[in-house]
Design a protein around this ligand. Structure first.
Ligand code: HEC
Ligand code: HEC
Ligand code: HEC
Ligand code: HEC
Ligand code: HEC
Ligand code: HEC
Length: 481
């Protein structure tokens, strides 16, 4: 792929390397309680050392395009799924911009008016923005920087502006923008060629998939337009790339933090190799069956782990210093035991609001695996219900239960064979998965839509474990020996 380098201005060094870790996926409104793993490191300009020992080797990834020639049917089917569009590459974004249409009317002009990315965070400040900082930018000291904002200059050009408190621009540097998400929310990032990695640009929009309206949250609440995620300062390489792209090359990144996103991954998407493992050796020697992972050779637990390497919520990656890097499951390969690579977030049975609380029910996104294991479908695989090689006409990924190879169906059709007359309409299925319903008296314990426990209490509310089954030990029941 031809990619233009926007900046060849030599080394732009942020002595201030900030790693603002936050659970999972950037869906935490500022007023919600975050988990206890938030860290802001290197605040005073010290280098943050990265753990370099015991880091698993990087596999022989080649990217999905290398599979297309021999597996064109699977490739085309995969292209119909959300996995293939988990990222907006710089080229995709620029195309949107040139077409004057970044999803339903939001243009980059909206973004350049006042939106930017303050990269200095002070959790004690209501604005989230700390006082001023000093940087060394391209060898020059830039003092009293109040924020760093990304501006669209027009055409394919963006720049990062280092500004003083009064808005005066102290320094500028060219950057490249890429993003996450196409379905409901989008987050954009910048490649700052600075030796500090790829940074989150504070900009998110939420999309109501039923209404097709970019100005509503997932839960249908109006956001008043673009929702700018002002309090986010995250390094994409450490916090996001492992789940939204495939084959994030962590060792290469440690060696050369200058690499930009497209240079760091095998695919700017959840590609074939995220589920089938690194495929370079297989592509070179396809008849050797040991060189690629097939789901039909896996146990249910292994199948689910392969999905949950991304679709679950963790607090540490066991191969790294958790102070520095922990958000993904780097080191995990399909077929592995996920617990060998990550620590899961712990439940707080019957206690205060947390991502997992009260009855152990998942309260946030990314917890389908936990949810599922608390209910009557604990021994099910994600792929008993979900298709991964194709989506239906509504853009949803559902398969006919038990079909092999997978037969794509509607959501209703996936439940109907066993629950006809009960869970066979969109309304009835979404009702039984709506973790918010019926908790009006205890709103702090209510969950989110699309909970996967498939378990209801006497009042018909979605729950995890009933109180009499809460384990004494603060851990997931299946992890208690
Ligand atoms: C040069 C052609 C070629 C390329 C390139 C190739 N494959 Fe294959 N692949 C094959 C052939 C042939 C088989 C069937 C081998 C067999 O039946 O034992 C196969 C089998 C598979 C299987 C099923 C294995 C099983 O045990 O049933 C998977 C999964 C797979 N390939 C994935 C991939 C992925 C992912 C890539 C890209 C990284 C890829 N392949 C690239 C030719 C190729
Ligand atoms: C542990 C894996 C993981 C990590 C780390 C992760 N994500 Fe995600 N993200 C997911 C999964 C899985 C989904 C899709 C399911 C969902 O909606 O939660 C998703 C969905 C999203 C979406 C919505 C996409 C759409 O089309 O609607 C956005 C935006 C997003 N993530 C941004 C981020 C950002 C920003 C970061 C880093 C700060 C991040 N994610 C880190 C796994 C992850
Ligand atoms: C490398 C990380 C990764 C792996 C592995 C992965 N997913 Fe995903 N998945 C994502 C991300 C990221 C998205 C969101 C894509 C988007 O919309 O931007 C997603 C989206 C989905 C969706 C679409 C959800 C919707 O909003 O309709 C389903 C269903 C899904 N994944 C199921 C699975 C299953 C089942 C597996 C295992 C066979 C799996 N995923 C493996 C990261 C992953
Ligand atoms: C019993 C069937 C079933 C199983 C098993 C199942 N799901 Fe789902 N999943 C659903 C249904 C139904 C929905 C709701 C879709 C909707 O309302 O549009 C859903 C929604 C989702 C979504 C989209 C959520 C969103 O916010 O759009 C993701 C991602 C997902 N499931 C991932 C998984 C993963 C990962 C597993 C395995 C740990 C799994 N599912 C197991 C039935 C299932
Ligand atoms: C989200 C995970 C995921 C992704 C991404 C994915 N696959 Fe698969 N793949 C699966 C699962 C699960 C099956 C088994 C589906 C079934 O039961 O029919 C499968 C089946 C296959 C098969 C049939 C042989 C077998 O193993 O059962 C081939 C070949 C294959 N995939 C190749 C690819 C290629 C090539 C890509 C990328 C273009 C790709 N897959 C992307 C999960 C994935
Ligand atoms: C292959 C058959 C099968 C399919 C497909 C299936 N289920 Fe189930 N479901 C069961 C069985 C069996 C039970 C366990 C009944 C029990 O333990 O009382 C169950 C239990 C449930 C329960 C808890 C008991 C109840 O009736 O309230 C819910 C909720 C549920 N399923 C929802 C769904 C939804 C939603 C889907 C589709 C996404 C689905 N199921 C798909 C077989 C199935």
């Amino acid at each position: 792929m031809k990619r233009k380098r926007w900046m060849t201005l030599g080394i732009f060094l942020l002595t201030l390397v900030m790693v603002f870790s936050i659970t999972g996926c950037g869906d935490t409104p500022a007023n919600e309680e975050n988990n206890n793993n938030e860290n802001v490191n290197g605040e005073n300009g010290e280098e943050v050392p990265e753990e370099t020992s015991d880091i698993p080797e990087y596999g022989n990834y080649v990217g999905s395009d290398a599979c297309q020639g021999c597996h064109s049917a699977e490739y085309e089917a995969w292209q119909g799924t959300w996995h293939s569009v988990s990222m907006q590459t710089p080229d995709m974004l620029y195309d949107d911009i040139f077409n004057g249409n970044l999803e339903d009317g939001i243009t980059w002009n909206d973004l350049s008016e006042g939106l930017g990315n303050p990269i200095m965070i002070d959790e004690d400040e209501p604005s989230g923005i700390a006082g001023t900082k000093d940087f060394v930018v391209q060898g020059t000291e830039v003092n009293d920087v109040d924020g760093v904002y990304i501006y669209h200059l027009g055409d394919r050009e963006f720049e990062a502006r280092f500004t003083a408190e009064d808005g005066e621009i102290l320094h500028t540097v060219d950057v490249e923008v890429f993003g996450h998400g196409n379905k409901r929310r989008a987050t954009n990032f910048t490649n700052i060629y600075d030796g500090g990695g790829n940074y989150l640009l504070k900009y998110q929009v939420r999309y109501d998939r039923d209404g097709g309206n970019w100005s509503q949250t997932l839960d249908g609440e109006p956001t008043g337009g673009v929702w700018a995620d002002r309090n986010d300062v995250r390094r994409w390489d450490d916090n996001c790339g492992g789940c939204h792209a495939t084959g994030l090359n962590v060792p290469a990144n440690l060696e050369n933090p200058d690499l930009i996103a497209t240079e760091l991954v095998a695919d700017m998407a959840v590609g074939c190799e995220a589920c089938h493992g690194p495929g370079g050796d297989h592509a070179a020697d396809p008849m050797n069956e040991d060189l690629i992972v097939s789901f039909s050779d896996m146990t249910t637990k292994q199948q689910n782990d392969a999905c949950e390497q991304c679709h679950t919520r963790t607090t540490a990656n066991k191969h790294f210093d958790p102070e520095v890097r922990w958000g993904d499951a780097y080191g995990f390969l399909p077929g592995d035991n996920l617990e060998d690579h990550v620590e899961f977030i712990l439940p707080t049975w019957g206690e205060e609001w947390r991502r997992v609380s009260a009855d152990g029910k998942g309260r946030g996104w990314h917890q389908w695996g936990f949810d599922l294991q608390l209910g009557p479908k604990a021994d099910w695989a994600c792929i008993d219900c979900h298709s991964v090689h194709g989506a239906n006409d509504e853009g949803q990924q559902f398969r006919e239960y038990g079909s092999s190879p997978e037969v794509i169906v509607t959501m209703e059709e996936s439940c109907a064979p066993c629950h006809e007359g009960v869970y066979d309409t969109k309304e009835s299925i979404r009702e039984v998965m709506d973790g918010r319903r019926g908790w009006d008296d205890e709103p702090e314990f209510s969950g989110r839509a699309m909970q996967h426990t498939f378990r209801l209490d006497d009042e018909g509310r979605v729950i995890g474990l009933p109180e009499e089954e809460w384990p004494e030990e603060n851990n997931w029941p299946w992890l208690i020996e």
